[in-house]
Ligand binder design. Structure first.
Ligand SMILES: NC(=O)c1ccc[n+]([C@@H]2O[C@H](COP(=O)([O-])OP(=O)(O)OC[C@H]3O[C@@H](n4cnc5c(N)ncnc54)[C@H](OP(=O)(O)O)[C@@H]3O)[C@@H](O)[C@H]2O)c1
Length: 270
């Protein structure tokens, strides 16, 4: 049977870079914009990747279910990488929660039902998720964002600030990975997350334009002394998707050049 690797957000940035590394089967990329998917597919095919696309919106469970049904019709779903997301720049707090938080839950729900034994769901979180402390006031809402009124309550908690909605959504990804590890284990599959630092993709460039000084300061204090590139994350994704990582589940991997160690210092300065 053919291996299928589903990559949400595969038309750009981290998702596209990761898609380039899956050459043992079909790579199904998805996003909302067809033109971006067509051009990414062409690029991938040029690199020898058996790429296909389907438009979908992760904030809509039905759309995600259709994506998985299509994926399953192509073969055994071995890898699901959720790299779709928005940074909060130019989006409301509610929209950010709907995509980054609810979208993650939709992926988990569909993956649980459709992933093959030996498969893995890799969720892209963020170093910024590690800045949100555990708190019983919101941890329950973060892992059950589909409960009635949960998103509205979270919007209230973050005072309608979309950058905080992003950080809270990424914290939720880390909590969900822990919550669902046993469910994935039941079907012989794994679930993990990766927390990137600053990675130079279209999303980060947009944020860099808005917060140029902050970005420079982050580069300066990063122990590795540079910002990240999409391939830094793609290498970690390829490892976590491989059989070498078969004993790794229910956990988050920070891939940030060590920047998280300096965040408290940076935040105190701001
Ligand atoms: N870049 C960084 O510094 C950084 C750091 C930490 C974490 N991350 C995380 O890494 C992931 C990828 O970021 P990136 O920098 O690669 O961003 P990017 O280049 O902007 O790519 C985002 C991708 O997500 C897709 N997307 C957005 N909303 C979607 C939705 N509702 N449904 C389906 N697809 C959607 C976009 O396509 P369409 O717009 O066409 O839908 C695009 O393909 C995100 O989760 C981000 O939060 C990035």
């Amino acid at each position: 049977m053919t291996n299928v690797h589903i990559i949400t957000g595969g038309s750009s940035g981290i998702g596209l870079e990761c898609a380039k590394r899956f050459k043992d089967g079909k790579v199904l990329i998805t996003g909302r914009t067809e033109a971006k998917l067509v051009s990414a597919c062409e690029e991938l095919k040029g690199l020898g990747v058996d790429a296909l696309y389907k438009t979908s919106d992760i904030s809509d469970q039905a759309s995600v279910d259709e994506l998985f049904a299509y994926g399953k019709s192509l073969g055994d779903i071995k890898t699901v990488l959720n790299s779709a997301g928005v940074s909060g720049v130019g989006a409301s707090a509610k929209k950010t929660f709907e995509i980054d938080l609810l979208g993650t839950l939709h992926l988990i729900e569909s993956a649980k039902k459709n992933i093959s034994p030996g498969g893995v769901l890799i969720l892209i979180s963020s170093m910024m998720g590690h800045t949100v402390l555990d708190n019983p006031a919101y941890d329950g809402l973060l892992v059950e964002p589909d409960a009635e009124g949960a998103i509205d309550k979270l919007v209230e908690i973050v005072e309608d600030k979309s950058d905080l909605a992003y950080n809270f959504s990424k914290k939720a990804v880390q909590l969900m990975v822990r919550k669902y590890a046993s469910d994935f284990g039941e079907v012989g599959a794994r679930i993990v997350s990766i927390s990137p630092g600053i990675i130079m993709t279209p999303m980060a460039r947009k944020a860099a334009e808005e917060h140029a000084e902050k970005m420079k300061a982050m580069e300066t204090v990063t122990p590795i002394k540079r910002l990240g590139e999409p391939e830094d994350i793609a290498k970690a994704v390829k490892f976590l998707a491989s059989d070498d990582a078969y004993f790794i589940t229910g956990t988050d991997l920070l891939v940030d050049g060590g920047l998280h160690l300096k965040l408290a210092e940076l935040m105190a300065r701001a």
